[in-house]
Ligand binder design. Structure first.
Ligand SMILES: Nc1ncnc2c1ncn2[C@@H]1O[C@H](COP(=O)(O)OP(=O)(O)O)[C@@H](O)[C@H]1O
Ligand SMILES: [Mg+2]
Length: 352
């Protein structure tokens, strides 16, 4: 099968996406497919742009050669933008549209913004191109934390109490302290602030508005953090084993998420059976409420004081390295990483 793995892009999660992309690319190669991995934003490396895409898939090229490793800080997107031929105005760089059309399926290994917000999915739908993961509408809903919280709450899944402030609106803290301020459309904990006093709150709101026009303020839930992958590969939404993420810092921030050893992850999580069942049920109901398909990862907090569960968000394109949360959950129920990648491809093609 001809598979194009799209990674990189131009979000703050660009570097992380390359790590996912490389792992997926190598897994699908091991499965015997003809695989190309490309940076969605910068496009094909210059040396390949003159070769017809139909020929590129069969060639013995190491597509990961040009991709750098992951840094501790979010990438400098302006310098990436400056690297591209300015005649390209959109998200997709040189050669990408042609490669997508040539592939049997596009494996979306992008994270954040374009790639995860549904626009790419909608574009691929219009072009009649098959892609992995959920569809455009659920992607768009999940990219908006407020909208997804409202849909979750409407369907009986508990979420932290809070409100959204639009740019220019009164920003008085009506939630109380401590609270969490976060951008409505962010990811990777970029633009998430825990505020203990009103000075921290003011600063957090200022900083969040530099990143987004809508800022969420919600109650701080002190407790343990979990993640649940849900799939509908067999029809109905089904939760994989729950994973607990215990960060070593105050919360799960950018560095912590992507540096080895910064968190302790336990799968299956050490939870009483009834709690685990409740969280899995919320995750499955949440998956349906958000109109998700294929696979997604829903994040939960369990409050220390009363063991109350709260759903924080759903991630439609979660990390896909063998050590990422979803692959760990899959492994806990007997699905190895390479098989997981192929399952995702086969679901996209609706093959068994
Ligand atoms: N209401 C909250 N109470 C306590 N911690 C929170 C809350 N909201 C977010 N966090 C912490 O911040 C992290 C990132 O927040 P999240 O809403 O998941 O945004 P992102 O899209 O950046 O992952 C969470 O994994 C959690 O550790
Ligand atoms: Mg999160």
């Amino acid at each position: 099968m001809k598979i194009l793995v799209l990674a990189g892009g131009i979000s703050t999660e660009r570097d992380v996406s390359f790590v996912s992309g490389r792992c997926v690319y190598e897994a699908l190669l091991r499965k015997g497919h003809q695989v190309i991995m490309a940076d969605a934003y910068l496009g094909l490396p210059g040396s390949y742009t003159d070769i017809p895409c139909s020929e590129l898939f069969g060639r013995d090229i190491n597509w990961t050669e040009h991709i750098e490793g992951i840094s501790e800080t979010a990438p400098d997107l302006d310098s990436i933008k400056a690297m591209r031929d300015p005649s390209y105005k959109g998200f997709l760089g040189p050669g990408i549209v042609e490669l997508c059309r040539e592939a049997d399926v596009v494996f979306i290994a992008l994270h954040g913004e374009n790639g995860e917000n549904g626009k790419l999915q909608a574009y691929l739908d219009l072009e009649g191109i098959t892609y992995t993961g959920t569809d455009y509408i659920s992607s768009a809903i999940c990219m908006n934390k407020q909208l997804s919280k409202e849909l979750l709450a409407y369907n009986g899944i508990p979420v932290p109490r809070g409100r959204v402030i639009r740019r220019g609106e009164d920003r008085t803290n009506t939630v109380g302290l401590p609270c969490v301020v976060k951008v409505c459309g962010g990811g990777s904990s970029v633009g998430v602030y825990i505020c203990h006093d009103s000075a921290e709150y003011d600063r957090a709101v200022d900083e969040a508005f530099m990143l987004d026009d809508n800022v969420i303020v919600e109650e701080y839930i002190g407790g343990r953090e979990f993640s649940v992958c849900v799939t509908d590969w067999e029809g109905e939404p089904k939760a994989l084993p729950i994973i607990e993420i215990a960060p070593t810092g105050e919360f799960y921030d950018y560095k912590c998420k992507y540096q080895e050893g910064a968190t302790v992850e336990t799968c299956p999580a050490d939870l009483p059976d009834a709690k685990a069942a409740q969280m899995s049920a919320y995750a499955e109901r949440g998956f349906a409420a958000l109109k998700l398909h294929s696979y997604a990862r829903l994040d939960f907090l369990m409050r220390d004081t009363d063991a109350g569960l709260y759903c924080l968000e759903a991630n439609t394109l979660p990390g896909m390295t063998p050590m990422s949360l979803v692959p760990q959950e899959a492994r806990a129920c007997g699905i190895e990483f390479d098989d997981l990648c192929e399952k995702i491809v086969k679901y996209a093609l609706r093959e068994d």
